[in-house]
Design a protein around this ligand. Sequence first.
Ligand SMILES: *[C@@H]1O[C@H](CO)[C@@H](O)[C@H](O)[C@H]1NC(C)=O
Ligand SMILES: *[C@@H]1O[C@H](CO)[C@@H](O)[C@H](O)[C@H]1NC(C)=O
Ligand SMILES: *[C@@H]1O[C@H](CO)[C@@H](O)[C@H](O)[C@H]1NC(C)=O
Length: 202
Amino acid sequence: MWYSTSLALLCIASVVQGLSFRASTNQPCFNISKPETPVLDPKWAESIDSFYYPVMSTNHLYRVAVDLLQKDPRDVRLSTVYYDACIKWYVNENETTTVKGFNGLSREYVRTPLKDNLDGFTFVGLGGIQDIYAGTLYTTLTDNKTFFVVATCMENGGMAWAAGSTTPTLTEETKKIVLDHVMSLGFNTEDFTELKYDTCEN
Ligand SMILES: *[C@@H]1O[C@H](CO)[C@@H](O)[C@H](O)[C@H]1NC(C)=O
Ligand SMILES: *[C@@H]1O[C@H](CO)[C@@H](O)[C@H](O)[C@H]1NC(C)=O
Ligand SMILES: *[C@@H]1O[C@H](CO)[C@@H](O)[C@H](O)[C@H]1NC(C)=O
């Protein structure tokens, strides 16, 4: 192994700091951990076997890209990720989730539901050398039809958010709803990225 996970986390930490979160503490994680009513319709949630990743906080994409590429974080340039990543997520029946992108790369995560909160689960990479995307995920918004928003409290204390969608693009109206929502959770929405699927194979 050419460098340790802790070094990777250090590198990520410094990049994340540079990404200027309005709230750099755990507070939004605390705020979203106990929604009063279920957010997701379990029937709809269970029917989703794959989803696109149209918009996310930049550090969310960065972590996923680093994990997929298994590269030194300093060697990942987000500008080359936007059009080439073609990232899609697959919900497996064996309680893992697989992320695929960059023309054939994939990573698998074990998802374990939280007992007291059906909208939350923990996410841990399977056998990776750079498990930089481990943490607790909470669904905080959905229309129970096409999209959902997940806020992540990373194991190292970082925070990130992302939208999943059954279609490759969100409408402008939905995008605005998503951005207003994550702003209400305390995220700085100047710092988000959209992935384009126009040139992707599927
Ligand atoms: C989605 O379904 C859940 C569970 O039934 C419900 O609590 C929530 O209000 C629904 N949301 C919408 C936008 O329909
Ligand atoms: C879970 O299922 C997926 C899809 O069928 C498979 O690729 C993966 O290897 C399985 N993971 C484990 C840990 O069995
Ligand atoms: C989190 O919730 C507390 C109490 O409701 C509130 O005072 C605080 O502003 C919230 N933080 C964010 C970032 O929304």
